[in-house]
Design a binder for this molecule. Structure first.
Ligand code: ZN
Length: 395
């Protein structure tokens, strides 16, 4: 089926000469992001980004020359996705001007609390993701990483799941406006409902998400049968995975589905949300990955040879999240972390606080019954996804 396949469409820009990029990778971060904090009892910690920076710097894996700053996304840019009344509410709610309208916009819940500077923080984090995308499209870097990005649950007039301004939707929009074909790949443990809805009827942004099934986790969406509508039919790919999904099983599902679809779709650029909440020990989710699986996934994605703008996302065990993002950066920037040695010696314990120099988790072995139960579900899911979307892509 030629529907939506890459073609030399008029106006389509050929870009991204990898050899012309100044940097292999750039890390987008600004100290200004550290001025904002969700309420203390909220599991979402803005300081994960700074923690990742400090961990990388302590290992000599991140220099000033690797880093770019960012400005807050301007209001008119944010309005390309969000409604003005909602943005007014985000700005004014911390001053006590919320009312029923604010509740209807999803504000004031434990997952989307009202806090001072929430609009400013969300706009700045969004600006960082746009800067990450811009650095890739203007050829400054082949790959970028904004750990403070990935607010995939925000809707045009509704906050959700710690997300207020949908930087991913805005980043994909910016890319398509410039004629780029986008693959949004999301490996956060939660389904990207806000991004899916934004591009559900379009074929120029393929949204592919691997996540814990909505049967057991927020936001309760992202089932294999959600595949897009109209021109977008087959351009939404959901891979819901059972709680207890472990490294090998995850990688089996990922490798069966992501590479063929990505290669057939042939995007100009990949926007890549790398939430670290699939890690074992995450307090909000039930998957049991180690960060070794993340490294394998990242290597697979980089092997597709496309420019990548990566963001953070969830990740509610702070130390594990920072180590995972440090590994991600090392892969993007092709830096040697010395992990081959540390890992060969057994790595470190997941959730360990007595970390002594390795970023990798120790491999984990699930019980036989758990393995069987997970494998059975995943086999069926992979078959369902293939049946639903492979034909659209000529597979
Ligand atoms: Zn998440």
């Amino acid at each position: 089926m030629a529907h939506g396949r890459r073609s030399d469409a008029p106006g389509r820009k050929t870009i991204f000469d990898p050899d012309a990029s100044t940097h292999t990778a750039l890390f987008v971060h600004t100290a200004a992001l550290q001025a904002y904090h969700y309420p203390p009892d909220c599991p979402f910690k803005t300081e994960r980004a700074q923690r990742t920076v400090e961990l990388l710097q302590s290992m000599g894996l991140l220099d000033d020359a690797d880093m770019v700053s960012a400005e807050a996304a301007p209001r008119d840019v944010i309005e390309r996705f969000h409604l003005p009344a909602y943005l007014d509410m985000l700005r004014d709610a911390p001053n006590g001007d919320m009312g029923v309208e604010g509740l209807e916009m999803g504000l004031g819940t434990p997952e989307t609390p009202v806090f001072g500077g929430m609009y400013e923080y969300a706009a700045l984090a969004c600006g960082a993701t746009l800067a990450a995308v811009d650095a890739v499209t203007d050829g400054r870097a082949r790959r970028t990483f904004n750990p403070s990005g990935g607010y995939h649950h925000a809707h045009p007039a509704k906050a959700g799941g710690f997300c207020y301004i949908n930087d991913i939707a805005l980043a994909c929009d910016r890319l398509t406006e410039a004629g780029r074909r986008v693959l949004f790949l999301d490996i956060d443990v939660h389904h990207c409902d806000g991004v899916q809805d934004a591009f559900y009827d379009r074929s120029d942004v393929l949204v592919m998400s691997f996540h814990q099934t909505g049967k057991t986790l927020f936001p309760g969406t992202g089932f294999a049968g959600e595949t897009g509508v109209g021109d977008g039919e087959g351009y939404t790919v959901n891979v819901p995975l059972p709680p207890g999904t472990y490294d090998e099983a995850y990688l089996r599902a990922f490798r069966a589905l992501a590479p063929p679809i990505a290669r057939a779709y042939d995007p100009d650029v990949i926007v890549f949300e790398v939430g670290m909440d699939c890690l074992s020990g995450d307090p909000l989710a039930g998957m049991t990955l180690t960060n070794n699986a993340y490294v394998d996934v990242v290597r697979e994605v980089l092997g597709w040879g496309k420019p990548v703008a990566a963001t953070g996302g969830g990740g509610y065990h702070q130390a594990n999240t920072a180590r995972g993002w440090a590994l991600l950066w090392a892969e993007l920037a092709e830096r040697d972390t010395g992990e081959s040695l540390a890992y060969g010696l057994g790595g470190v314990m997941l959730e360990s606080t007595d970390w002594h120099g390795g970023l990798r988790d120790r491999a984990m072995a699930p019980s036989h019954p758990m393995r069987q139960a997970v494998d059975r579900v995943i086999r069926q899911t992979v078959d369902d996804v293939k049946a639903n979307v492979f034909p659209v892509h000529g597979l």
